[in-house]
Design a protein around this ligand. Structure first.
Ligand code: XBP
Ligand code: MG
Length: 264
């Protein structure tokens, strides 16, 4: 319900895949293919096919969806769940190995904004469909051993029964933070992620990535090409206005203050 906008900004809630880093093409996709090869399957997800499969969030759900497309009888057999679980266990191990080897880097502005947000007293959280091990590996590899102390709450994977675009993971994180959505902002890269955040009542900063650049997004509160750096300003639209600059706590608080309405 709309309420007068006297609620201050308290927390930033980040999606992981595509938002913090371009993990899908050079991380998850390769890890799936390694798991398929390890178990002798002739499945191979090239970049284009993987882009289409990303419509299904969650690795186990994505594999089952693909399998149903090529062999529905086998995918619906009683033994299918065990194979998907084994593939996913192996895929997670490969993904963690890839991330630890430096296969994916943070997107522009992410490291800077996380540090500035903490200095500015904003609380940080994660809301993602990916497996917790993947989040921990990425944060440690990209930000160092103390990275996880930055985040007060990490909502990930099967902790909620339904994955994005269901709002469950965002609602779970809001409950952990004990904050109304009007005092938080979400950061997303995909239409499914945006729908999940909107479903939880969150205003959302969307930074589309390699796989979501050409997607149709629901109208987003902020739609930018990145979070920006001083030498690489972000460009896009915020609350219906063209905007260019560096997304930092001052900018975010200013946008919230000017927004006129806060859902709380
Ligand atoms: C990310 C995903 C994830 C990863 C795979 O979506 O869909 O499922 O591709 O992770 P979002 P798992 O960025 O919207 O959270 O294999 O660990 O499920
Ligand atoms: Mg994402």
């Amino acid at each position: 319900m709309a309420a007068p906008h006297d609620a201050p900004l308290r927390a930033l809630i980040f999606d992981v895949d595509g938002t913090l880093a371009e993990t899908e093409r050079d991380g998850h996709r390769l890890a799936f293919n390694r798991a398929f090869a390890e178990l002798g399957l002739d499945w191979h997800w090239d970049e284009a096919l993987y882009g289409r499969l990303l419509e299904v969030t969650g690795g186990k759900e994505r594999m089952l969806h693909y399998w149903r497309g090529i062999d529905p009888a086998a995918a619906d057999a009683p033994s299918a769940g065990a194979l998907v679980a084994e593939l996913h266990r192996r895929k997670t191990r490969h993904y963690v190995d890839l991330v630890e080897a430096g296969a994916v880097a943070l997107r522009p502005g992410v490291r800077r904004l996380l540090g500035q947000a903490r200095e500015a007293g904003l609380r940080l959280a994660v809301a993602t469909t990916t497996t917790p091990d993947n989040v921990h590996a990425l944060l440690r590899a990209a930000l160092g051993e103390a990275a996880e102390d930055l985040f007060e709450c990490i909502g990930a994977g099967d902790i909620v029964p339904r994955k994005k675009p269901d709002p469950g993971i965002y609602l779970w994180v809001l409950e952990q933070l004990d904050l109304p959505p009007g005092q938080c902002l979400a950061f997303e890269d995909s239409p499914a992620g945006l729908r999940a955040a909107h479903g939880a009542g969150l205003r959302t900063v969307v930074t589309p990535g390699v796989y979501t650049l050409d997607e149709a997004f629901d109208p987003a509160w902020a739609l930018l090409d990145s979070l920006g750096e001083p030498d690489l300003p972000a460009r896009g639209r915020v609350a219906g206005q063209a905007w260019s600059g560096v997304v930092d706590p001052q900018a975010l608080r200013g946008w919230v203050a000017q927004d006129g309405l806060v859902r709380s």
